[in-house]
Write a protein that binds this ligand. Structure first.
Ligand code: C5P
Length: 314
């Protein structure tokens, strides 16, 4: 294969997409389509998967590497390949005559509440669009993203945003960042549908329409981590704790070690802790790692960008 002096191969595009955390996640009733009405405040953080697409003669193929590659499906059910099929159908690109070899480097753990799969789908949409020069308008890409999963539109958009509907109707939120987070990765996985099902089982129906508290939006707008810490909220947390009781100890340990706030990420099992600044986050991460309650501890910051092309440079 020829390598250009620019460092990228012709017909190759690399995209990155960030993990998300939910600073607030309020869950309403289960809807007839099986999804739940949400009101959530998303923030993208600087932990990203990268996805490289290369034109190929033989259909769609996927190879996965990276520190979180274990257990990620490489067959046609991988959501990044689903995203390329959806984009091909939308743009009229013929995958049988002009396929794609996909290389995915996983740094975002799977089934961890961090939207890792959704990030891969968002990266695949922007990478495929650039590879095929299809220039799909942003609004159409967001519609394709929503068809792939409730978190995919946010992974495309990045930043900090309020999500309503299934979490796929987005409005950007004003932020004065950065916010510094510590993520405690668990050695177990939680399946999102199982966590929502546990929530439905454990609480009465007819919860009121979820609405975010103005205080949480104000804290994010002001860049006020001390105010935001106690306002972190996740309606899925009790269900995640019921399915993975050890998470209680993880949350308590982070709080005891001085976190400004502690919350389960999405449907879990990752726990997020808020720190006052980068230095405090590094200190908290080291202390949490030392406490031995997590498989791995990462210090990250948000807001981070949404899905984006990283090579070739635009
Ligand atoms: O859209 P996505 O495939 O990521 O959602 C995974 C599962 O999470 C859904 O099948 C559903 O069980 C649950 N979910 C939900 N309500 C939402 C988002 C996800 O019930 N708003």
């Amino acid at each position: 294969m020829t390598v250009t002096t620019g460092g990228h191969r012709p017909g190759t595009v690399t995209a990155a997409a960030s993990a998300k955390i939910n600073l607030a996640l309020l869950v309403g009733d289960r809807r007839p389509d099986g999804y739940h009405a949400l009101a959530t405040l998303f923030q993208a953080v600087d932990l990203a998967d990268t996805l490289t697409v290369t034109g190929s003669a033989d259909g769609l193929r996927l190879a996965v590497d990276g520190p979180e590659a274990a257990g990620v499906p490489t067959g046609p059910d991988n959501i990044a390949l689903a995203a390329l099929r959806v984009l091909a159908r939308h743009t009229g690109h013929d995958l049988t005559s002009s396929g794609v070899a996909v290389g995915l480097t996983k740094r975002i753990p799977a089934a961890a509440g961090l939207a890792g799969g959704s990030a891969d789908a968002a990266a695949a949409l922007v990478a495929g669009d650039a590879l095929w020069h299809t220039r799909v308008p942003r609004a159409e890409l967001l519609d394709l993203a929503a068809a792939l999963g409730a978190d995919v539109p946010f992974c495309l958009a990045g930043g900090t945003a309020v999500g309503t509907g299934r979490g796929d109707l987005l409005a950007p939120a004003l932020t004065r960042g950065p916010f510094h987070w510590v993520l405690a990765l668990a050695d177990t996985r939680l399946a999102t549908p199982a966590v929502f099902a546990e929530l439905d089982r454990s609480r009465p129906r007819s919860t009121p329409e979820p609405v975010l508290a103005p205080a949480v939006l104000a804290a994010v707008r002001a860049g006020d981590a001390a105010a935001l810490g106690p306002l972190l909220v996740n309606d899925l947390q009790p269900a995640a704790l019921a399915l993975a009781p050890r998470l209680r100890q993880v949350l308590d340990t982070g709080t005891d070690l001085g976190a400004l706030g502690a919350v389960v990420c999405g449907s879990g099992p990752t726990c997020a802790f808020l720190a006052a600044d980068r230095k405090s986050a590094m200190r908290l991460a080291a202390a949490l790692a030392g406490a031995g309650v997590a498989r791995q501890v990462l210090a990250v910051a948000g807001p981070a960008a949404g899905a984006r092309i990283v090579s070739p440079a635009g």
